[in-house]
Design a protein around this ligand. Structure first.
Ligand code: ADP
Ligand code: MG
Length: 252
């Protein structure tokens, strides 16, 4: 593990001379270390997830109202706008998340509102722009977390979103790496599993997609020991497929 970190730091030093072509994940991690940032930006964390076949919402970084509108038109309405700032970790607390924007006018107003809210919340925050992204339709929500435990190393957590995690603490843990069978067990053993299987008029959630998501997340944290914490929260799960709408990665 230490070797990988040292290798990355060495590679960071030679990036400028373009001696090596790094993969996107290493490049992003190097860049963050070079800027003394431990929390990755949402666009960086989502780019890393996408490299590990984790389905994230389509996104585009925009610096101006004009760029936001162009991005929204490319992605397709409705869209979501979110603040991108190295100084803001909890984006909705700062008034930095605007959902379900249906047209050009909504996007324009949301951009200006986010800038006002965030400046009021933290006048010193460095603002890099907004992340324009597809608005994922609502469905059942789950959470995947990973932390590097001092004793056990990379550990995965899985549970249903909202009150299931926060109040009922209905979650399950495994030390990574995990196999498909372990992922299936994790999904099966939470108390809320019957909700994933479908009930009354609610269709079943795509358990296979969820299994692969856990396995791919395990791969991501095992291959990148610099990652101290990772949160996919929430992940919206459909009858077919799923979408990760927010991603947080903290480096050591
Ligand atoms: P925070 O940094 O506050 O956790 P999030 O990115 O999680 O910000 O956004 C807050 C909430 O907005 C999410 O929990 C989710 O309910 C909703 N949300 C965020 N992004 C999307 C999206 N692309 N599609 C649908 N809902 C979203
Ligand atoms: Mg979130």
């Amino acid at each position: 593990m230490i070797c990988k970190t040292i290798l990355n730091i060495l590679l960071c030093h030679i990036i400028d001379t373009e001696v090596v072509a790094l993969n996107k994940t290493s490049e992003i991690i190097c860049q963050a270390y070079a800027e003394s940032r431990k929390a990755l930006l949402e666009n960086e964390a989502k780019t890393i997830c996408a490299e590990y076949n984790i389905p994230v919402t389509k996104f585009k970084l925009a610096k101006t109202v004009k760029e936001s509108i162009e991005a929204a038109q490319q992605i397709g309405f409705p869209v979501v706008l979110k603040i991108v700032s190295p100084d803001i970790i909890h984006k909705s607390d700062s008034g930095g998340v605007m959902l379900n924007l249906k047209n050009v006018n909504n996007v324009k107003n949301a951009f200006n509102e986010i800038m006002d809210n965030v400046k009021r919340y933290n006048e010193k925050a460095r603002i890099l722009g907004v992340l324009v992204q597809e608005m994922a339709p609502s469905s059942i929500e789950v959470i995947i977390g990973a932390v590097k435990d001092p004793q056990f190393g990379q550990t995965l957590m899985f549970g249903l979103g909202g009150i299931f995690v926060e109040i009922l603490k209905d979650v399950t843990f495994r030390v990574a790496p995990i196999l498909k069978e372990d992922a299936s067990e994790m999904i099966n053993e939470i108390k809320a599993y019957p909700l994933l299987k479908g009930y009354r008029n609610t269709p079943p959630a795509d358990i296979d997609a969820l299994t692969m998501l856990l396995v791919n997340t395990s791969g991501l944290i095992m291959e990148n020991p610099e990652i101290k914490e990772l949160d996919l929260n929430p992940v919206i799960v459909y009858e077919r497929g799923l979408k990760v709408v927010d991603t947080r990665i903290i480096l050591e």
